[in-house]
Every structure is written in structure tokens, then in C-alpha cells.
Design a protein around this ligand. Structure first.
Ligand code: FES
Length: 105
């Protein structure tokens, strides 16, 4: 089962900005890249850096702690020192609401 959970409003997340939200035990980083929204786990698997505070370029975020790169679409790791990616979430915009899809496992 999957459900959509509101995590932000579009007006509060201007292009180039990210925010971290806590949703049902998941800490999720939500990014606005030129009007397209992406959501991935906020916690870097290398040593726990906050990806929502990382530098965003194109569709990639660089961890602020040791500069591993992650793909915002898939959560895949693109550059070390992290060796594994993070979970990515489908984002749905409904009106002004930014929602992420959570799947129960
Ligand atoms: S904590 Fe993210 S690269 Fe080290």
C-alpha cells in the first residue's frame, strides 16, 4: 500500500531550496530544482550528513560533510566517499501541496 503525505507547500520551497521533513519516522529531504520537486532520504549513508543542506547542481546534491554526490531523481550515489545510495520518493504536486509517496513494507 502506498499513500501520499503532504510535506510542504510549493510557495515555501522556492527554486534552488531544500527542506528536511520528518514523516512517519523517515527524515526526508525535499528539493525544488527549477520548479521540479524531488525527495530523497536526508541522511547521508556515509556518516549521516544532512543532504537537505547540500549544494544542488542540475539534478545532483553534494553532501555538505564530505562531498559525496547523489542523484536527486533516483537517490543513487554518484561519487564517493559514500558507497551506497539513499531511498528516493515519488513526489506529487496537488494544488499548492507537495506530497511524497510512502510505501508500507
Ligand atoms: S557524511 Fe555525506 S559524504 Fe560523508
Amino acid at each position: 500500500m502506498a499513500k501520499l503525505v503532504k510535506v510542504a507547500e510549493t510557495k515555501n520551497l522556492t527554486p534552488g531550496k531544500a527542506t528536511a521533513v520528518e514523516v512517519e519516522g523517515n527524515r526526508i529531504a525535499v528539493f525544488n530544482v527549477d520548479g521540479t520537486f524531488y525527495a530523497i532520504d536526508d541522511t547521508c549513508p556515509h556518516a549521516g550528513g544532512p543532504l537537505s543542506e547540500g549544494q544542488v547542481k542540475d539534478c545532483k546534491v553534494t553532501c555538505p560533510w564530505h562531498e559525496a554526490d547523489f542523484d536527486l531523481k533516483t537517490g543513487d550515489v554518484l561519487a564517493p566517499p559514500a558507497f551506497e545510495g539513499v531511498k528516493s520518493y515519488r513526489v506529487v504536486i496537488e494544488g499548492n501541496d507537495v506530497k511524497v509517496e510512502l510505501k508500507s513494507e
